[in-house]
Design a protein around this ligand. Structure first.
Ligand SMILES: Cc1cc2nc3c(=O)[nH]c(=O)nc-3n(C[C@H](O)[C@H](O)[C@H](O)COP(=O)(O)O)c2cc1C
Length: 245
């Protein structure tokens, strides 16, 4: 395995950070390297807001469902899908952006995810660790008010970064047979492989140091997905100018 693949397979989310600050120059290098992520039609439809103000970080920790590491981490980034700048690009050229489609919403959201994952990996390659914070979508309008996020821009997730105080064991992923198919979407054997994965993950949950539990992956998914997730998102996005027609 080469060193990049090794780095990828060693990823675990970090939620406990050393107080050691991260040099601004290192953050800039990480972000600059990450900008070379592929981007739909080169639209680069993202903006990251680094939140330095401690009061704002505290508020974001609360808004994210009381996640203390949002307040504690040396670097907190809010990743936004951004059509605002693209609107400017159009108006400079005497055109009006057609921002109402579902497709442009997907393009911008995918762009955000790609650049963010590059940032996570670049940060890990430099000895940092981090965790995504989807919790900012618990209260997306309050996040927009706090950070003055305009129309046609929405906060997709946050990310905590810093030098790890504690590194968790890697969480086993689904077996390849479930996620890599050949020629057709065949589900033959999937149930059996899910059962094997349930055994693997429940052993992992039983053995890990923190938050020990004994449930399986499918049980966790069922408990999570029987509920409608963040039902406010559609109205929020529509209000923000993402009409998704
Ligand atoms: C978009 C996204 C949002 C996430 N939101 C949160 C979050 O709000 N809080 C948290 O503690 N972890 C969050 N996570 C981290 C996941 O729980 C974690 O990646 C997953 O359980 C796999 O664990 P690992 O990253 O340690 O391998 C998020 C991950 C992603 C990709």
């Amino acid at each position: 395995m080469n060193s990049v693949m090794e780095l990828l397979q060693n990823h675990t989310s970090v939620r406990k950070f050393k107080e050691q600050p991260v040099a601004d120059q290192l953050l800039q290098e990480i972000v600059q390297a990450s900008q070379y992520a592929s981007t739909s039609n080169h639209i680069q439809a993202y903006t990251m807001i680094r939140v330095k103000d401690q009061d704002k970080k505290n508020t974001l920790a609360t808004l994210s469902g009381n996640q203390p590491y949002v307040a504690e981490c040396p670097i907190f980034l809010v990743f936004c899908a951004d059509l605002n700048r693209l609107g400017k690009a159009c108006s400079i050229n005497h055109e009006t952006i057609e921002s109402s489609s579902t497709e442009i919403f997907i393009m911008a959201t995918v762009d955000v995810a790609l650049v963010a994952q590059n940032i996570m990996i670049a940060a890990e390659s430099a000895g940092l660790g981090g965790v995504y914070i989807g919790g900012i979508r618990n209260n997306p309008q309050a996040v927009c008010d706090l950070l003055q996020i305009p129309q046609h821009v929405y906060p997709v997730f946050g990310m905590c970064l810093g030098y790890p105080e504690k590194i968790n064991a890697t969480k086993p992923r689904l077996p390849l047979s479930l996620i890599l198919k050949e020629d057709t979407y065949s589900t033959v054997g999937d149930e059996e492989h899910l059962k094997e994965y349930d055994d693997l993950i429940s052993n992992y949950y039983k053995e890990r140091t923190n938050n020990k539990r004994s449930n399986t992956w499918t049980e966790g998914i069922a408990a999570f997905l029987k509920e409608k997730q963040r039902p406010h998102m559609k109205a929020f996005l529509n209000d923000k100018g993402f009409e998704m027609k």
